[in-house]
Design a protein. Structure first.
Length: 83
C-alpha cells in the first residue's frame, strides 16, 4: 500500500469491525451493506415488540459507517478489478 492510500483510523477500525477486511470487490462490499441495511430495518419490528430500541439505534449508525467506509474505498480505488 502506498503512502497516499493509507487508511484513516476510522476507516481502518471500520474495515476490521464491519468485515470489509476480507472483501476484495465492491460488489461483495455492497452485498454486505445490503445485509446490514436489511438487518437494520428488521430491528424496527423487533424493537417495537420488545420495547427496546437499542438494536435499531445501533444498527442504523453502523450501516451508515459501513457505507462511509465503502465510499472511502471508492474514492481511493481500493477495490480489485476484474482482469
Amino acid at each position: 500500500m502506498s503512502e497516499q492510500n493509507k487508511k484513516p483510523l476510522w476507516v481502518s477500525i471500520g474495515w476490521i469491525l464491519l468485515g470489509l477486511n476480507n472483501v476484495a470487490t465492491k460488489k461483495g462490499a455492497m452485498i454486505l451493506f445490503g445485509f446490514f441495511l436489511l438487518s437494520s430495518f428488521a430491528c424496527i419490528p423487533v424493537s417495537i415488540y420488545m420495547e427496546d430500541w437499542s438494536w435499531a439505534g445501533m444498527m442504523f449508525p453502523i450501516s451508515f459507517w459501513l457505507w462511509l467506509c465503502i465510499r472511502w474505498g471508492d474514492k481511493n480505488s481500493i477495490w480489485e478489478t476484474a482482469s
